[in-house]
Design a protein around this ligand. Structure first.
Ligand code: NAP
Length: 302
C-alpha cells in the first residue's frame, strides 16, 4: 500500500485563503489590516530570498508589509532602537528579525527586545513559556512546529492517545513540537518521546511511533524498517545533497532530501510528507497566521 501524501503546498493554499478572507472581514469591520515588518540585516542571499517570500506572501494576503533592510555594519544599539520603533508602531502587529545576524550583534538580546505581543516567530522567552503552559496561554506557537501540528490535524490523523516520537531536540523544532503534542486539546493529547544523538536504540523508539516527526538534519537517517506500518511520518529535514539544472527555469537549483528514506517509507507508512513540498511551505504560512492572530488579539476578536 502506498501512503497518503500530506502536501504542504496544498494545505498552505487552503490556509492562505482562510487568512485572506479574514483580512477582508476585519478590514470591513475595523478598517485595519495586519501589519508585518521584516528586518533584514546585510545581503545574505538565503536571508534575502526568505524575506522576499515572506513579504510577497504578506502582500498577497492584503497585509501592510514593510521590508526594513539595514546595512551589515548596523550597530546593535541602532538595531535595538529600530525594534523599539516598531514595538511602538500601532500599525505593526508582527516583527520578524531575519536570522542569522552579523557576529557583532547579540542575537539573544535582539530577539528578547521584540515586544512579546508582536513576536510572531514565537521565539521570545515569554512566548516559549506560554507554549509550555499551553491552553489559552499560547499566543504565538513557533511557525514550523505549528505548521507540523496543522498538517497532522488537516490530514485527519488521530493524535489523542497516539505514540508520538520526535527525532531531534532543537529549540525551533524538536522541543516545541514535542511540547505541543503532549498538551491537552485538539491535535494533541499524545504520549510523546523525544530522541536525540545520545538516545540508545533510536530504531526501537521510532518503531513504536504512530506519529513519527523527524527533525535531525541527517539525510535518510530514518530507515524504512523503523516505521510502524500505517504510521504518520512527518519529515522536517531539508538537506542539500547536490545540485541540478531546473527543467522549468534552466537555473541551477539544490537537490533536497529529507531525513527519511521517502521512496521506501511511503510503501509502509499510512501517511507521509514529501521533501520538498511537505513541512517547508507551512512555516511562512503559520507566520502569516500568527500576524493575523496578533491583530485579532489587539482588537479583542479572538
Ligand atoms: P538542529 O538544531 O541541528 O537539531 C537537530 C537535532 O537532531 C538535535 O537535537 C540532534 O541531537 C538531533 N540529531 C542529529 N543527528 C541525529 C542522529 N543521528 N540521531 C538522533 N538524533 C540526531 O536542527 P533543526 O534546526 O531542528 O532542524 C532539523 C532539520 O529540519 C534540518 O534539516 C532543517 O533544515 C530542517 N528544518 C526545516 C524547516 C522547514 O521546513 N520549514 C524549519 C526548520 C528546520 P543532539 O541535540 O543530541 O545534537
Amino acid at each position: 500500500m502506498t501512503a497518503k501524501l500530506i502536501k504542504g503546498t496544498e494545505i498552505r493554499e487552503q490556509i492562505l485563503e482562510e487568512i485572506a478572507s479574514e483580512v477582508a472581514q476585519i478590514k470591513g469591520k475595523h478598517g485595519v489590516v495586519p501589519g508585518l515588518v521584516t528586518i533584514l540585516i546585510g545581503e545574505n542571499p538565503a536571508s534575502v530570498s526568505y524575506v522576499t517570500l515572506k513579504i510577497k506572501t504578506a502582500h498577497r494576503l492584503g497585509f501592510k508589509e514593510v521590508q526594513d533592510s539595514q546595512p551589515e555594519n548596523i550597530s546593535e544599539e541602532d538595531l535595538l532602537a529600530l525594534i523599539d520603533k516598531y514595538n511602538n508602531d500601532e500599525s505593526i502587529n508582527g516583527i520578524l528579525v531575519q536570522l542569522p545576524l552579523p557576529k557583532h550583534i547579540d542575537e539573544k538580546k535582539v530577539l528578547n527586545a521584540i515586544d512579546p505581543d508582536k513576536d510572531v516567530d514565537g521565539f521570545h522567552p515569554v512566548n516559549v513559556g506560554r507554549l509550555m503552559i499551553g491552553g489559552d496561554e499560547v499566543k504565538f506557537p513557533p511557525c514550523t512546529p505549528a505548521g507540523i501540528q496543522e498538517m497532522i490535524v488537516r490530514a485527519g490523523v488521530e493524535t489523542s492517545g497516539a505514540e508520538v516520537v520526535v527525532v531531534g531536540r532543537s529549540n525551533i523544532v524538536g522541543k516545541p513540537i514535542a511540547n505541543m503534542m503532549l498538551q491537552k486539546g485538539e491535535g494533541a493529547n499524545s504520549t510523546v518521546t523525544v530522541v536525540h544523538t545520545r538516545t540508545k536504540d533510536l530504531a526501537d523508539h521510532c518503531k513504536r511511533a504512530d506519529i513519527l516527526i523527524v527533525a535531525a538534519g541527517v539525510p535518510g537517517l530514518v530507515k524504512p524498517e523503523w516505521i510502524k506500518p500505517g504510521a504518520c511520518v512527518i519529515d522536517v529535514g531539508v538537506n542539500r545533497v547536490g545540485e541540478k539544472v531546473s527543467e522549468k527555469t534552466g537555473k541551477t537549483i539544490a537537490i533536497l532530501r529529507g531525513d527519511v528514506d521517502f521512496d521506501e517509507a511511503k510503501q509502509i507508512a499510512g501517511s507521509i510528507t514529501p521533501v520538498p513540498g511537505g513541512v517547508g511551505p507551512m512555516t511562512i504560512t503559520m507566520l502569516m497566521l500568527n500576524t493575523m492572530k496578533s491583530l485579532k488579539y489587539k482588537l479583542g476578536e479572538n
